[in-house]
Design a protein around this ligand. Structure first.
Ligand code: PGA
Ligand code: ZN
Length: 435
């Protein structure tokens, strides 16, 4: 009898993401009758060196259709994978890598490849009748834990029509005793922020792409002030249990060597940008900043990390694009001190784990992250928990493609073999936790 985890069929279908755009779903069926399924997410503020999603272009569906990517799964990937062992993730990913043959996965499509790679991971777990997080820990020999969430309260940047320049105004609740307490406090802060914004605005306020409140402000700093107000209105002392995290996503407003804050009609050079963020770090309980400078501004990232890296977490997202080599270089250059891990940014599970390992070796923290275009797929929760990454970022505290991830954390938190809630330990060596 053949191994139960041998791939007998690979099926793709076009499904739809949280922005109403088409995306790729892949199912991998095994000889045992078990199967794994995954859906590709999609970014809006993408790094220059990311894996590229294959979109059909033309008039239909605003050029975003994924018929070609789906047919690549069906006609090129499926014949190559059938007969292989889904439980050998690195072999599966090597085949995908070889079939594509480009640096940026643009031939078969990053969307086709990531959905297939993650579907193989699910199929491998199903084959061994293990929850995905446990299978991840077993495959990569890691110690699982329940991640500390980073949760968006106010959206911005490319996710909110560039209504403010900064992309994510988030909270973290490292002072919570448990994951449930994070959820309760976040629920209170989210609603409080909605109330404050509605009072200011005098009308109903909507949400941005990741479910955070739509940013109706006159300055970027006003959003930060509102966040602090919301934490207080929710009965918390800002900086105690609850702290602030920003994703500046600075590449999005970096043009011709400078930073254009459109909302305030200000042009800043690298030095002025570092100075502005430095003032915010002094004034507000900020513990983490992602992409403070643009991905092309390496010397800016290095200068920022030199100035603030011993006090706060500095995350490379666009700057590192989940690429192990770029993580290694950033460790050497001291250009940040944490990496955002987005499986679809690099394309395969194996490559994402390589970036995670490079981060560990370099003493960088890891934050597993969703994209702004998401679905009901909760694979990344298991990747984060299984690897023991320590932190998880999936957007806000509204809209089911976001809540699906938080709810999945609640399902797995007490499972046998799951490690403790990462909480405070994941912010060790920041001003918040010197211990
Ligand atoms: P994206 O943004 O998914 O739209 O690229 C998310 C982020 O910048 O973290
Ligand atoms: Zn980012």
């Amino acid at each position: 009898m053949s191994k139960p985890s041998i791939i007998t069929d690979v099926v793709s279908r076009r499904v739809w993401d949280s922005r109403g755009n088409p995306t790729v779903e892949v199912e991998i069926h095994l000889s045992s009758g078990k199967y794994g399924r995954a859906i590709a997410p999609a970014g809006a503020s993408r790094g220059l060196r990311e894996a590229i999603d294959l979109r059909d272009g033309g008039e239909i569906l605003n050029g975003l259709d994924v018929r070609k990517a789906c047919s690549n799964v069906q006609n090129i990937i499926a014949p190559a994978l059938i007969g292989n062992d889904a439980a050998d993730q690195s072999a599966i990913d090597r085949i995908l890598f070889g079939l594509d043959g480009t640096d940026d996965k643009s031939k078969l499509g990053g969307n086709a490849i990531v959905a297939t790679s993650l579907a193989a991971l699910h199929a491998g777990a199903a084959s061994e009748a293990l929850p995905l997080w446990k299978y991840v820990a077993q495959t990569y020999n890691t110690t699982p834990n329940l991640p500390l969430p980073e949760i968006q309260i106010i959206g911005g940047g490319a996710h909110a029509g560039r209504r403010v320049d900064i992309q994510d105004f988030m909270i973290m609740v490292p002072g919570a005793e448990s994951f449930e307490e994070v959820m309760e406090i976040t629920s209170d802060v989210y609603r409080a922020a909605g109330k404050i914004i509605q009072r200011k605005q005098g009308s109903v306020v909507g949400v941005a792409d990741e479910g955070g409140w739509w940013p109706v402000f006159d300055s970027n700093e006003e959003a930060l002030e509102t966040l602090v107000e919301a934490i207080a209105l929710a009965g918390q002392t800002p900086g105690e249990k609850v702290v602030i995290s920003l994703d500046v996503a600075a590449s999005e407003f970096y043009h011709n060597g400078g930073y254009k804050l459109s909302l305030e009609d200000r042009d800043l050079n690298t030095h002025e940008m570092i100075e502005m963020l430095g003032l915010w770090i002094e004034k507000y309980p900020i513990v983490s900043i992602e992409d403070p400078l643009a991905e092309e501004d390496a010397s800016g990232m290095i200068a920022f990390t030199k100035a603030h890296g011993d006090r706060i977490q500095i995350i490379g997202d666009d700057y590192l694009v989940t690429n192990a080599e770029l993580v290694d270089a950033a460790v050497k250059d001291e250009a940040c001190n944490a990496v955002l891990i987005k499986v679809n940014q690099v394309g395969t599970v194996t490559e994402a784990v390589a970036a995670f390992r490079a981060a560990n070796e370099g003493n960088f923290r890891s934050i597993v992250s969703a994209r702004s275009g998401e679905t009901e797929d909760v694979s990344i929760v298991h990747v984060s928990a299984g690897l023991g990454a320590g932190q998880l970022k999936v957007g806000s505290f509204a809209r089911s493609e976001r809540m699906a991830k938080w709810n999945e954390c609640l399902r797995i938190k007490d499972a046998p073999g799951m490690g403790p809630f990462a909480g405070a330990t994941s912010l060790k060596n920041t001003w918040w936790n010197r211990g």
